[in-house]
Design a binder for this molecule. Structure first.
Ligand SMILES: NC(=O)c1ccc[n+]([C@@H]2O[C@H](COP(=O)([O-])OP(=O)(O)OC[C@H]3O[C@@H](n4cnc5c(N)ncnc54)[C@H](OP(=O)(O)O)[C@@H]3O)[C@@H](O)[C@H]2O)c1
Length: 305
């Protein structure tokens, strides 16, 4: 039996949004020691007390990354070119198991294929859900599934408002804007749930699903919230088939919005899971209006002299 350091947690994606949030929450709790994992430890020495090289495409690099760790947080990045999430996660689970890790936390998403009966294909969701069974069957003493929401941060990133043909600034989306279907959240708060799960394995380490959800909104409600804060964003609905021609990869985004509209982001009534996640995090997540006021500030146009 390998010896593990009872409070050492190895965190994948530590230089990114999810893993970074987990590093900060674990450090703030002062109950845990963090081992930040990255492909480029030399560039990120300041991240944590221990910064160790791990490349999920090079399984041989994972032994040292997992050695002696009590817990592991794993997120894979679908959007990085060439990523095979199943292969990477399988390598990580195997390395963690071999190293004697006791508690494995996997950042998953709903199984869109199963929920929609094969109607919608959203590989960055379903591909993660398919990994759940591998985590479960690995036989860790404890395992937990966390579910990232539609990041509020998307609205200042990949889904930022854009100049429209009519001169307005806003969104053109393949989504009925009146349907309340988007479970959203400030991804920097995911760490509170993960740190809580490591701290409370009896309550959250038996295969529980813990979604982060600060708000549950329709796109009209998102736009109304922003416009009440001074913005003048527009919103237009287009058929999925037309949206799919807008940019490379738009077809998958259209499928994702189609799934949201038909089944919601989380795919089922998740109030009990959200309540448990908030309890484990020890706090309520931030509402969209509060986050937006700070992060999408409206600047009053300068008065002409
Ligand atoms: N945007 C959303 O609304 C949303 C919602 C739910 C889930 N997600 C999922 O979130 C995931 C991305 O997470 P994020 O937002 O935290 O990403 P991010 O901020 O872009 O960071 C990606 C992280 O992945 C690490 N990484 C990538 N390839 C790696 C490899 N081969 N070996 C080791 N580490 C690797 C990078 O580490 P280094 O570069 O330091 O090695 C980096 O820390 C995606 O799979 C996406 O589907 C997104």
């Amino acid at each position: 039996m390998q010896r593990t350091n009872e409070n050492l947690i190895a965190v994948a994606g530590a230089t990114g949004q999810q893993g970074g949030a987990v590093v900060r929450a674990l450090q703030a709790s002062s109950q845990f020691k963090v081992r930040a994992l990255t492909r480029n430890p030399g560039k990120h020495r300041e991240l944590a007390e221990e910064v160790v090289e791990a490349d999920f495409d090079r399984p041989e690099s994972l032994k040292a990354a997992m050695e002696g760790a009590h817990g592991v947080f794993l997120v894979t990045n679908f959007w990085e070119g060439g990523t095979n999430e199943l292969k990477q996660a399988t390598a990580a689970v195997r390395a963690a198991k071999d190293a004697g890790v006791k508690h494995f936390v996997w950042s998953t998403l709903p199984d869109v294929d199963a929920i929609s009966g094969g109607k919608f294909h959203v590989p960055h969701f379903t591909g993660k859900a398919k990994i759940d069974r591998i985590v479960k069957e690995a036989g860790f003493a404890h395992h937990t599934f966390v579910i990232g929401p539609f990041y509020y941060q998307n609205l200042v990133g990949t889904v930022a408002p854009q100049k429209q043909a009519d001169g307005s600034v806003g969104w053109t989306l393949p989504l009925d804007p009146d349907v309340r279907c988007i479970h959203m959240g400030d991804i920097s708060e995911l760490g509170n749930i993960v740190a809580g799960a490591f701290a409370h394995p009896d309550e959250a380490g038996n295969g529980e699903y813990l979604p982060l959800a600060g708000d549950f909104m329709s796109f009209n409600e998102i736009v109304d919230t922003l416009n009440r804060q001074g913005h003048k964003f527009s919103l237009k609905q287009v058929p999925s088939k037309i949206f799919a021609t807008f940019f490379p990869g738009a077809a998958e985004v259209a499928e994702m919005f189609g799934y949201f509209q038909a089944h919601t982001y989380l795919g089922s009534d998740s109030r009990d899971r959200i309540a448990l996640a908030n309890k484990i995090a020890g706090r309520q997540p931030t509402k969209f209006s509060t986050w937006a006021r700070l992060n999408i500030p409206f600047q009053t146009p300068r008065q002409k002299m």
